[in-house]
Design a protein around this ligand. Sequence first.
Ligand code: SF4
Length: 100
Amino acid sequence: MNEAPLLIYPSAAQPAVYGALSWRDRAACGDTDPNLFFPDDGDVIGTERAKAVCASCPVARHCLSFALETNQVEGVWGGTTKGDRRRLRRQLLKEFREAG
Ligand code: SF4
């Protein structure tokens, strides 16, 4: 991954970080039907539609960080599916363990 590392907020920081919810105010999906982001399993077109909105979202990394921190299992968050996030969690865990 060539981008800056994901910000995984420590749980103790959640109230301060999420209290203002400022990143949500800038979300590209603010006026979008939330159901778009919860396509049925195997709905490739629905998933791609959701990901297309996320691709233009200025707070996608915040959204993904939130999803990982709060263990959002279902839905598209930060342009990732639940499968994407499972793989990302495994990768992050591996890197964490290797870092000692
Ligand atoms: S990344 Fe996608 S789901 Fe997350 S706030 Fe942006 S548009 Fe909404």
